[in-house]
Design a protein around this ligand. Structure first.
Ligand code: TUI
Length: 308
């Protein structure tokens, strides 16, 4: 399928309008370069990492691909200011943002020629981002893994498409060509995929994490932390179920933050089932096999082509 007239492909200079999710602690140079080399848009996750670490990731990624790749900046990170300057210094092609409003950075990114694509969980924020100069928006539904909004992909995407003129990328619950095609039927011009790339060969996660996602069934993801204002979706492990019980039994948000501090790192690096947070999307039940990033991209595009 040719995407010559697709606005996301034109904007980013990529072959297929498939963005990789900006998964904190997970998405580093090997995965990002593999997705970009496959014709999609690979993304390095800034997460909470300091600028020096991400600078090295960018350097390594440039050695592995001559294609465009992006950096995801998590607005809650204490290092968001430093990363906002790093992308300019390192001439990163595009930025995606999450977990907050990146409005204060957009002008300087645009002046530096960086394409800006915020993740938005609502129509109101999509409109605000368009007014601030965003080049596109990622409408991320609550099927997504990690920190989520309240509206489902199926409801959010068409409403955002109707509300803004910039191209919309659909995210949340998309893991194959059917999801890609469905996103396009709702008016999206691209998709963002996290969970399926989480189990890509090039993705450097602990094997316990990969096995949990591969063996997850439809009902195996849950959302914890709603009462903190930062709801997070992940695999329904014993630890995640205990967190839910803790919330229901009147635990405080402060104690909750204490229990979950460092939990994503414990999952990604140590595969710690007892106290790690194995973030994943609600579509994990459909993700069944480990493949290279290129096989994933090619499968999705081939299947979507038949459907569209
Ligand atoms: O950001 C994500 N997913 C994430 S971030 C993350 S790390 C984290 N750890 C603990 C607490 C919070 C985050 C793990 N997964 N996805 C994009 C996303 N952005 N989802 C929701 C939002 C969002 C929410 C509110 C974007 C903007 C926003 O704006 C509120 C406002 O008006 O400032």
């Amino acid at each position: 399928m040719k995407f010559d007239n697709n606005r996301i492909c034109t904007l980013l200079g990529i072959k297929y309008p498939v963005l990789q999710g900006g998964m904190a602690w997970i998405a580093e140079h090997r995965l990002a370069s593999a997705v970009s080399n496959a014709g999609g848009a690979g993304i390095i996750a800034g997460g909470n990492a300091p600028a020096e670490v991400i600078e090295m990731e960018i350097e390594k990624c440039k050695k592995l691909t001559d294609k465009p790749f992006g950096l995801n900046i998590m607005m809650l990170s204490p290092n968001a200011d430093d990363l906002s300057q790093l992308v300019i210094d390192k001439k990163v092609a595009f930025v995606t943002t999450g977990a907050g409003n990146p409005g204060k950075y957009i002008e300087k990114w645009k002046a530096a020629g960086i394409k800006v694509i915020p993740v938005i969980p609502s129509v109101a924020l999509a409109k605000r981002m368009e007014r601030s100069g965003a080049d596109a928006v990622i409408a991320e539904g609550s099927e997504s893994g990690g920190h989520i909004g309240e509206i489902t992909t199926f409801c959010l995407v068409p409403q955002v498409v109707d509300a803004v003129s910039v191209p919309v990328i659909a995210a949340g619950g998309i893991a194959d060509g059917r999801g890609f095609a469905a996103g396009f039927m709702l008016g999206a011009e691209g998709v963002q995929i996290g969970t399926r790339f989480l189990v890509a060969e090039e993705c450097q996660i602990h094997e316990n994490y990969r096995n949990l996602v591969i063996s997850a069934k439809d009902t195996d993801s849950i959302v914890t932390g709603r009462f903190t204002g930062h709801p997070c979706r992940g695999v329904k492990t014993r630890f995640a179920r205990d967190l839910l019980t803790f919330e229901r039994d009147g635990g405080t948000p402060e104690e909750f933050e204490e229990k979950t501090a460092g939990a994503l790192k414990r999952a990604v690096c140590d595969g710690n089932i007892e106290s790690g947070s194995f973030l994943c999307g609600a579509i994990a039940g459909m993700v069944r096999k480990v493949q290279s990033a290129a096989e994933i991209v090619n499968d999705i595009i081939a299947e979507a082509e038949k459907l569209l």
